[in-house]
Design a protein around this ligand. Structure first.
Ligand code: GTR
Length: 339
C-alpha cells in the first residue's frame, strides 16, 4: 500500500520543490538569506497519519494560524498519510532541507538526536499530567532547541497518549508477551525493552505494520488507541492489553536550513503559531482517543485492563538501569516534574 505512496511521494517532492519558491519567481531553493524581509514562501509539512487524525488536525491548525498571521504570505502545506515518505526517511530529508517541516514521534527522532531516546524509556511518566508538566518545563524547551545540533529546530510537542501492546493471539498478562515477534518504532531503546520483556523486536516503518500483522510476519505491535484504530491494525491483531508502557510525545519541527533563512519576525510568528496550535491538538486528541476506543469496542476487539503495572515495570527495570547514566539530565527533570 505504502510503496505506491512512496513513488508518489518522490513525484510530489519534485513537483512541490519546483513550485516552492514560485511566489518569489524562483525555480530553485533559495540561498541563505533569501526568505528575509517579507518574502513569500511555502513550507511543506510531512505527516504520517491520515487527514482526520489528531496530529494532522494540529498540523492544519498550525498552518491556518501561520496563514492568518502572515496575511497569506507564508503558506504551510500539510501532506498527510505519509505522502512524503515514512518518518525515518522524512527526518533525513528535513535535515537536508529537501522537506521543510514534519510532525514525527520522538521515537524515530532518537536515532538523530540522542536526548529524545529518553522519551522511549518505559514507565518514566506516571500519567499525562506528569508528561505535560515535563514537556512544558525547561527541559522540554531545551530538548526542542537541542535539535539544532541535528539540523532541525523543534517548535512544539503534540499529544500521543500512552502506548500499549496488541497482538494476533490473546494478551491477558505479561506472560503472553513472551516469545512474540513484536514490531517496534525504530530505535535501540525499544529493542532493549522487547528483550527485557522476553519478546523479539522487529523494527520497521509504521506503514509496513498493517501487512506484517496480516501475513503473520510479526505477532504483535504496540501503539495508542488512535493509531491502533486508524491504521486498521486491529483487524488482524484483535487483542489489546492496556499496559501503557510508554508515553512518547509527538514533535513538530522545521529544517534548520530553512529556519536559518527566515527573518527574526517570521521565526517568532512560526514558533508562536506552533505553540498556539498545541491546545487545539490536545483537545482533538482527547476527543479522538475516546471515539477510537468506542469504535474498537464496537468492532469486537478484546481490551484487557492492567490494574497493576508493577510486574511490567519490574521486567523493564534493566532498560532503565542501562540508560540511566546516558539520560541523567533528562531523567532528573522527569523526576522534578513529578513533584
Ligand atoms: C504513532 C505516531 C506516529 C508513528 C507511529 C509508529 O503513535 O503518532 O508518528 O511514530 O506511532 O508506531 O510508528
Amino acid at each position: 500500500m505504502r510503496s505506491k505512496k512512496l513513488a508518489t511521494a518522490v513525484l510530489s517532492l519534485l513537483v512541490a520543490g519546483s513550485l516552492l519558491f514560485a511566489g518569489c519567481g524562483q525555480k530553485q531553493a533559495a540561498p541563505a538569506g533569501e526568505k528575509k524581509e517579507g518574502a513569500k514562501f511555502t513550507l511543506r509539512l510531512a505527516e504520517t497519519h491520515p487527514p482526520d487524525y489528531p496530529t494532522t488536525l494540529g498540523d492544519k491548525k498550525f498552518a491556518e494560524l501561520v496563514g492568518e498571521r502572515s496575511n497569506g504570505r507564508i503558506k504551510v502545506e500539510v501532506f498527510p498519510s505519509a505522502q512524503l515518505g515514512e518518518e525515518k526517511a522524512v527526518i533525513e530529508q528535513v535535515q537536508l532541507g529537501a522537506i521543510e517541516m514534519t510532525r514525527v514521534s520522538s521515537a524515530p527522532l532518537a536515532e538523530f538526536n540522542k536526548q529524545f531516546g529518553a522519551m522511549s524509556l518505559p514507565y518514566i511518566f506516571d500519567n499525562d499530567e506528569h508528561l505535560w508538566k515535563f514537556l512544558e518545563g525547561p527541559m522540554g524547551a531545551q530538548m526542542l532547541d537541542g535539535l539544532e545540533k541535528s539540523k532541525m529546530k523543534g517548535l512544539a510537542y503534540y499529544d500521543s497518549g500512552a502506548r500499549s501492546f496488541y497482538g494476533r493471539t490473546p494478551l491477558k498478562s505479561l506472560n503472553d508477551i513472551k516469545g512474540l515477534k513484536i514490531r517496534v518504532q525504530q530505535n535501540k531503546i525499544n529493542m532493549d525493552m522487547m528483550s527485557a520483556l522476553g519478546a523479539s523486536a522487529t523494527p520497521m516503518g509504521y506503514g509496513e505494520v498493517f501487512s506484517a500483522l496480516q501475513t503473520g510476519v510479526i505477532d504483535a505491535a504496540e501503539n495508542n488507541y488512535p493509531s491502533y484504530y486508524s491504521s486498521n491494525h486491529y483487524q488482524s491483531a484483535k487483542n489489546f492489553i492496556l499496559d501503557k508502557h510508554q508515553r512518547v510525545p509527538e514533535v513538530l519541527l522545521i529544517s534548520k536550513i530553512h529556519w536559518d533563512k527566515m527573518s527574526d519576525d517570521d521565526k517568532k510568528l512560526i514558533k508562536q503559531a506552533a505553540m498556539d496550535s498545541v491546545k487545539f491538538q490536545r483537545e482533538a486528541w482527547a476527543k479522538y482517543e475516546k471515539e477510537s476506543e468506542a469504535k474498537l469496542r464496537e468492532a469486537g476487539v478484546t481490551i484487557t485492563d492492567v490494574p497493576d503495572v508493577k510486574p511490567w515495570q519490574d521486567a523493564v527495570k534493566p532498560v532503565i538501569e542501562k540508560y540511566q547514566a546516558d539520560f541523567k539530565e533528562v531523567l532528573d527533570a522527569v523526576a522534578q516534574a513529578r513533584k
